[in-house]
Write a protein that binds this ligand. Structure first.
Ligand code: FAD
Length: 391
């Protein structure tokens, strides 16, 4: 016997939780399941940069008040190259900003809001497959932590279940989508140290890329370009600081104990479609981007804003217009974000075996951006985020 709900959401990441929150605003009931525990979800360190539109959605809908109190507004970034730092002033160029507010804090807020409203959120429950996606009664077969199988039937099934999505199979079929592999990865560290600079530094150096980012006044997140097969334990702390410092010659880094290290591989993917019948995929289930443009979580939010409108129209007014155009509208932004992330990545990283010609060309590309207001404005507009459709 299947349990019934209006919208079954697989995945309690930013995409799944925000969608359930927005649907609840319109009185649309949903069940959210996640295979992980609440503690695992609330403590996994991932994205950190929120576009202005993302912050507006979170605050206007009451999903996160704390982004305004403990989030850190950044009105620019630094581009580092040729031993110099160049400030890109988002506020002056496009009148928009970004916020440094870690993804796991967004999840803490969204989980608290959902539980406080008495909504249905189930941890330790794993979706195994989606059935009958092409009908008006799609179903998710799930298994709980004790191994018991059951079925959730809904008007719409949403796969917000990340890059290894099981819902994706029901949506994209054997075609899948479009892939692009980068020949490098990021070595990431968390360190207990004060910030080295007031804004993020994206640094291009002959030794490779580095990103000097922040988490809080006491904890900093830093990355440097590495080989994807690098073993995170193969570096001593002194070697890690040496790598980071060599790649950011224009800034003296403030060092502290390193308490977390990981290697983050890059893989770009875009599904060839984001819906089939009444099954839809959003966020990382539908697309992944290199982290250089800070677009991953923001794209998930943009998908959800569009899908919220589409589901409201479909279920409350019987109007399928936005539901049917969802894939086209969501993929337009996704491909723009892929282009921006690819551009930032290629401009800032060293390709293995790159020639001196390529190195000079890359520096000229960076100068083309920093020396021109139009160049700086393009970067500022894309980084702070294009307008969100659907609200
Ligand atoms: C290590 C790492 C670092 C990153 N850093 C950045 C960054 O600096 N900047 C940036 O913009 N982006 C970054 N990203 C990307 C960003 O975190 C993602 O784009 C964002 O999490 C996407 O949100 P989502 O809700 O679509 O998916 P996710 O956050 O992946 O959430 C999916 C959820 O679904 C659950 N799930 C999966 N399968 C099932 C199943 N079968 N049944 C039930 N539940 C399931 C998972 O447990 C998870 O909680 C990073 C990603 C990773 C992995």
């Amino acid at each position: 016997m299947a349990e019934r709900t209006r919208v079954a959401i697989v995945g309690a990441g930013p995409a799944g939780l925000l969608l359930s929150h927005l649907l609840d605003e319109a009185g649309i009931e949903s069940i959210v399941i996640d295979s992980r525990t609440r503690e695992q979800i609330e403590t996994t360190i991932r994205a950190g940069i929120l576009e202005q539109g993302t912050v507006e959605v979170l605050t206007e809908t009451g999903a996160s008040e704390r982004v305004n109190t403990i989030g850190d507004k950044h009105s620019g970034i630094y581009l580092g190259f040729d031993d110099e730092l160049h400030h890109i002033d988002f506020g002056a160029l496009v009148g928009r900003n970004v916020w440094l507010y870690p993804q796991h804090e967004v999840l803490v807020d969204l989980i608290a809001a959902r539980l406080a409203a008495g909504q249905d959120l189930r941890f330790g429950v794993t979706a195994e497959r989606v059935e009958d996606a092409e009908t008006e009664r799609p179903r998710v077969v799930v298994r709980d932590a004790e191994g018991r199988e059951s079925v959730i039937e809904a008007d719409v099934v949403v796969g917000a279940d990340g890059s290894r999505s099981v819902v994706k199979k029901a949506v994209t079929g054997s075609h899948g989508g479009f892939f692009h592999e980068c020949p490098f990865a990021w070595f990431g560290i968390l360190t207990e140290a004060p910030p080295s600079k007031d804004e993020l530094i994206y640094s291009n150096s002959p030794d490779g890329f580095a990103l000097i980012s922040q988490r809080s006044p006491e904890v900093q997140r830093m990355y440097f370009q590495c080989d994807p097969e690098t073993d995170p334990s193969s570096y001593s702390e002194a070697q890690l600081w040496d790598e980071l410092q060599r790649r950011t010659p224009a800034t003296e880094l403030k060092e502290g104990p390193i308490f977390q290290r990981d290697v983050l591989k890059f893989r770009s993917f875009v599904a060839h479609r984001m819906q089939a019948g009444r099954a839809v995929i959003v966020g990382d289930a539908a697309h992944t981007v290199p982290p250089t443009g800070a677009k991953g979580m923001n794209l998930a939010v943009a998908d959800v804003v569009l899908l919220d409108r589409a589901i409201r129209d479909l279920l409350l007014r019987g109007d399928a217009t936005h539901f049917e155009s969802f894939t086209d509208e969501a993929l337009r932004r996704t491909w723009k974000a892929q282009q921006f992330s690819w551009w930032m990545t290629s401009m800032l990283h060293q390709q293995p075996g790159a020639s001196d010609f390529e190195r000079h060309r890359q520096i000229a590309e960076l100068r083309t951006v920093t020396d021109s207001e139009a160049g700086r404005r393009y970067l500022a507009e894309a980084y702070t985020g294009w307008p969100l459709l659907g609200r």
